[in-house]
Structure formats: structure tokens, C-alpha cells
Design a protein around this ligand. Sequence first.
Ligand code: ATP
Length: 491
Amino acid sequence: MSKTVTDNTLQAIISHAKEYGFVFPSSEIYDGLSAVYDYGPYGAQLKKNIRDDWWKSMTQMNENIVGIDAAIFMHPTTWKASGHVDSFSDPLIDNKDSKKRYRVDHLIEAHADKLMEEAAKDNDGGATLRDRAKQLIADMEVLLANDDFAGLGTLIQTNKIQCSVSGTSNWTEIRQFNLMFSTELGSVAEDANTIYLRPETAQGIFVNFLNVQKTARMKIPFGIAQTGKAFRNEIVARQFIFRMREFEQMEMQFFVKPGTQKEWYEHWKNERMNWHLSLGIAANKYRFHDHIKLAHYADAALDIEYEFPFGFKEVEGIHSRTDYDLTRHQEFSKKKLQYFDTEINQHYVPYVIETSIGLDRMFLLILSNSYEEETIQKEDGTTDSRVVLHLPTKLAPLKLAVLPLTKKDGLPELAKALMDECKPSFHCFYEEKDAIGKRYRRQDAIGTPFCVTIDHQTKEDNTVTIRYRDSMQQERIPMSEVKALILKHIA
Ligand code: ATP
């Protein structure tokens, strides 16, 4: 059996996700809403399974981590204290001819990508082009780190970077643009108050630090985990669900004694990578990227990057956030946010290590990693093809499809008995329509790891044919063993 993967995999994944009920453009009947998406039946279940697996790995598997579920709306002062009102912004530039707006780093990165593409095609000048691309990114990172907008403007001009729409280099000055969405609490006629849709879930954890520590009787070091929606008015929303305006985060803040943050940073860096690898994803698809430009609150930071169809990109951030957030909330709220350490008889503001991953981005990672277009060479010399999602068994939306070979002769009754036995334990799907091959293909396309066929022999000896999604191997096993076999694979 040989396999082929198309060049435009992202496009293929987007179409597949829509056709098979994973992800739809939001309000599609009105032509959609840019960078907002809805999850369909299989998408919602896959997303829930990823969220549940993260939640389990954080809270159930670590006795010193507890979960919360904070509100999306928070007191507006929260965002002044956190620094988001003043500095949660991206540098932007407009092309005067096309009026198209770009994030400065995206514009420069796209130009560097173009140079790399040209380098790949050019045997003689390739090395020079590659060096130019690398130098461009290095220069950009230094200028961004120093908030040197004039320097960035010059970098864009000297490299003759053009707008992809107008093809000109007629640029405005670079300006900062705040990414928070705001709205009003209460009716406008009354004392209206601007509040924000949270741009990250972390602040809900910080403001609840003492509530959680006291009620759950936590001792440092301990963590608080949370999953939930976050909102960012991303200027350049692109690459499907990679960059959305409404998305979901899975974050954990781990509170430690000051001075121990370095070792906990290393600990969580490794733990988080282990979680990714535990999903059966190849290690060479991942890499760490240490930040040169540190956010205002961090003393160390890195990204876990995955090789998406459009290159290595961030999927998760690990940040050593110092005592910045708790100290700022103390200042702004005038309430003490300190921990009394009984081992040293001292109060202190704990330091924090944060792990922050986008659920939708992880969803895209899982889809990208699982999607395959296979050409199958058959024994009789003919070929066949299928699209298959090699989803990790524990994440697959459906675990088992139960397929009676025909609609009669008592086979549906036997199939339904198997459904009744299995469905309290995992998601099952029943189907009696169409030829069996066609039914297998549909299950391959949504990533169902096991199909069981009930045939006339089942009536005689209570055995069934189980078919494995990835190998397409089939074997005959007693119907009574199906549930245990699948549970073993899920575990
Ligand atoms: P980026 O550099 O891609 O804008 P970021 O560094 O701003 O991301 P963080 O603030 O560290 O991201 O957020 C943590 C995680 O949340 C990211 O690693 C990513 O997985 C996810 N995330 C952030 N912004 C978005 C978005 N607009 N759409 C989807 N996921 C997002």
C-alpha cells in the first residue's frame, strides 16, 4: 500500500473539516464572519475530548492542581492591573494604495518566507537568499524587542517589502492597536461602564488566587487550571482556526516559592512536551522556541511549536511570569494576595509558571497530524483511495461503528445489542445503509478507530469481524470481547 499527501494540505483539511461535520464557518448562511468558526457534531466531540484529556492530565493526575471556571467578564480594573489596557497591542502598518492593514511581524515574516521559497528554486543564488531571509528575521526580532517602530519602518522600506494586493511599497507609519474587545455593562442610559471580553483566561485565576488557596487548602507549590473562551480582535486573522477572534484556551498557573521558578519552568516545559508526545505525535514535529522579546511580566518564556502544513508555529506558551500579576492586583485592589509559608514562617507573593495552550490550535494540530490521503494498491493490481484521520483513539469522536451486513435476518437486533452494551462506556455509531466498503470509508474519514461487522456467522457462533482503521486489518473475535478490547485501546 502506498500513500500520497497533497501539497495544499491545509486547504484539503479545511474542506474535509466542513464536509464531515468538524468545523463550519460561523453564520455561514450570511457568508460567515471573519476568523470565527463553529464546531459541528464530530468537531464538538473531538474538541471536548482534547479538553478533557488536558483537564485530566492537569487536575486528576496532579494532586496539587485544582480547576476553576471563572466568568468571561471581569471588573475592568483587572485589565489595567494586568497591563492589557496599556500594552496588549500589535504594531500595524497600512498600505496607502490598497488600504490593506498588516501586522508588522506578519508582513516581514511573509517576505522572509517568500525569500526562502525563491531560495529553494534557485540553485546558484539560494544561499544568499536564505541568508537574507534569516538576517531579516533576526533584525526584526531585535527591533520588536526594543519597540523600535522607526527602525521597523526602515527595515520594510530597505527590503522593498510590497503589499500583496497593490504590489506597492507605499506604507503608512507603524501604529499600535489594542486587541481587546470592549462592551458596556448595564444599559447605556444608566451609569454605563466599559468592560472587556477577556483576552486570556489567566487573570480569572490570579484574582481568585486566595479564594482557591484557602478553600481547597492548597500548599505551595500548587497550580490552578482553567479552560474557557478568550477574545482578541486579531487584525490579520488567517490560517483557518489557527488565529481566531473568539477561541478557547487551556491555562494553568503554577504558584511557587520565589527563587524556585527556574526549576519549575524546566519541569513544566518537559511535562507539557510529554503531554503532546503522549498523544502519539512524532517528536520531530515539535520544537521549542525560546523568546528573545520577553513580555512585560516574564523572566523566561518559550513556545512549543508544531510543524503545521504552513510551517513551524506556536501551539503553546510556557511563561515564567514572576510575581508580576499578583503584585499588580495587590496594588490595584489594595487587597493582600500573599501566601503564608508555614515552613519558613513568612508571607510572600508567590512566583508563577504559566502553561497556556489554545484548544482550537491544538484541534488544528490534531487534524493536521491525522489527515492522510492514501492510495491503496490492491492485490489484484487495481488501486483504491481513501481519506483517513489517524486520530489518537482516546481523542476520536466515535470509538466504534457497529455495522450489520444486511438489514434483515436478525442482524440489526444483534448489532443493537452490541450498541447497548458499549454505548454507556464510549461513543458508538450504528449504520445499516450502503455497502460495507462505503461504510468503512465514511468511518475512516471521521477517524473512527474500530468498525465491527455483524454477519450471518455471528448468529451461529457469536463472533464478529473487527476492522482496524489504520491498518485496515480485519479479524474475527467473540462479540463478548469487543467492549473490553476497545476500552483497552482507549486507556
Ligand atoms: P500568537 O503569537 O500566535 O499571537 P500569543 O503568543 O499571543 O500567540 P498567548 O497569549 O501566549 O499567544 O496565548 C497562549 C495560546 O493561546 C497560544 O499558544 C495559542 O495556542 C492560543 N492563541 C492565542 N491567540 C489565539 C488566536 N487568536 N486564535 C487561536 N488561538 C490563539
